[in-house]
Design a protein around this ligand. Structure first.
Ligand code: HEM
Length: 411
């Protein structure tokens, strides 16, 4: 059941939290978008074909928000942090009655730059290149764990596990914590019920606070200690700021890679020609990854207007939220020729899957490397694979979109 029907208004006049529809919103812009329950790519495509901007009451994180369906509006919002602030966009700290921010994500310039400066060298290409052996070894042994069978359930046997292994290696945290981190991460991003999300935020921040206390006592040569030794405009970083940075790395770097891997392998399992082409021409894998990143823009982020303004001819009031569905930008035909086709030879592919503007994903080089080594290893170790049960594949929405089941078989 699709969450969006062209021209159909949302009959409700209160949002997820019981607040009435804001007075300045024309009721004809109301749409019953529910990207937790439905196929978010279908929503983006249907919106795109009808109107540039709609309003939803069903945003499970925020209640009410504007939803642009065009790349130019999304770029305008994401590229103007003075008018569209990123503060509080996750709502995580508020859910547990605390005040830290996910950093640098929920800071605006100039403060944003203080935190971003700490992360940039850790995730720059030379630092990621130093992780190559770890990424390659993990990919190789995880694929080997099921390559001898005649099929696998890709999400649970690979996509859920691999990014968490790499993340724990990167952070220097014990691999024995993998299953626990996986569980917390999934619920953090996908739990629709606020109480369930709050419970997981408490669990994660409890874990991270213990690590922070430990590294304050006994610094090590790891990312947590580097963050704790940072200087923020001439003063030492606080525990809450370090917590905000670690919580963001935890929430931003795991589930996104799981989702990207799942969508990309799904595409290869469905498209035998593309799979064979990449087997014959492995040097084309990076282009294919880039095109599939475009095709499956997989997250939603939010901004809040800092002053009254206008978007697509509609009045936006100070304090209004705007939800940015990056997939909508990537599927906009005024931005991309034939956006509904997967074309790995595209000359120009400036997708927004990693965002646009100052918050452009700091982990993009690591994410790309994880995808590259995974796909290379899968194509090397596995014979041609296809979907074992096409009817059972489901896309689900949330802050990050996901595939929740992907059974593969090979001959
Ligand atoms: C395919 C995988 C990934 C996707 C699609 C993705 C997507 C995004 C997006 C859309 C944003 C910007 C959000 C906004 O503008 O509000 C972002 C920011 C960020 N991402 Fe990623 N991400 C991925 C992987 C990673 C990884 C592996 C890490 C690190 C371990 C990471 C760490 C971050 C951080 C720290 C930010 C905040 C940057 C800032 O605010 O300046 N991401 N990511």
């Amino acid at each position: 059941m699709m969450g969006y029907q062209a021209g159909v208004q949302d009959s409700r006049r209160t949002d997820h939290f019981g607040k009435p529809l804001a007075a300045h919103v024309p009721p004809e812009l109301l749409r019953p978008i529910d990207w937790f329950g439905d196929d978010p790519f279908a929503i983006a495509r249907e919106l795109r074909d009808e109107v540039p901007l709609v309003y939803t009451l069903r945003n499970a994180f925020l209640g009410q928000s504007w939803v642009p369906a065009r790349a130019d509006i999304i770029r305008k919002v994401a590229g103007d942090p003075a008018l569209f602030s990123s503060r509080d966009q996750s709502g995580f700290a508020q859910l547990v009655n605390e005040t830290w921010q996910l950093l640098p994500l929920e800071a605006d310039p100039p403060e944003h730059g203080f935190y971003r400066k700490i992360l940039n060298p850790m995730f720059a290409p030379p630092a990621v290149a130093r992780l190559t052996d770890i990424v390659a070894d993990r990919a190789k042994s995880l694929v080997a764990s099921f390559a001898g069978d005649d099929g696998c359930e890709f999400i649970h046997q690979y996509a859920d596990i691999f990014p968490v292994q790499i993340f724990l290696d990167l952070m220097g945290w014990p691999q024995e914590h993998r299953e626990m981190c996986q569980k917390w991460n999934y619920a953090l991003i996908h739990a629709e019920n606020p109480e369930e999300r709050a419970e997981n935020i408490r669990a994660i921040t409890g874990y991270l606070r213990d690590i922070i206390a430990d590294r304050r006592r006994a610094p090590r040569d790891d990312i947590t200690s580097t963050i704790l030794s940072a200087d923020i405009a001439g003063r030492p970083i606080s525990d809450d700021e370090a917590l905000g940075m670690l919580t963001l790395l935890f929430g931003g770097g795991l589930d996104t890679v799981t989702a990207a891997l799942s969508f990309q392998i799904w595409a290869l399992a469905e498209n035998q020609d593309l799979q064979q082409r990449l087997r014959n021409n492995p040097e084309e894998i990076p282009n294919a990854i880039e095109e599939l990143l475009r095709y499956y823009g997989l997250s939603v982020n939010h901004r809040r207007a800092t002053a009254d303004t206008e978007l697509a001819g509609h009045q936006i009031k100070q304090g209004d939220w705007i939800s940015l569905i990056w997939a909508a930008a990537n599927l906009d035909p005024t931005e991309v020729d034939d956006p509904d086709l997967v074309e790995i030879d595209r000359q120009r592919n400036r997708h927004m899957t990693f965002s646009f503007g100052p918050h452009f994903c700091v982990g993009n080089h690591l994410a790309r490397r994880e995808l590259l080594y995974s796909i290379r290893e899968l194509l090397t170790q596995l014979p041609p694979f296809r979907l074992a049960d096409p009817q059972s594949v489901r896309v689900c929405g949330g802050a990050t979109f996901a595939v929740n089941r992907l059974k593969l078989r090979w001959d």
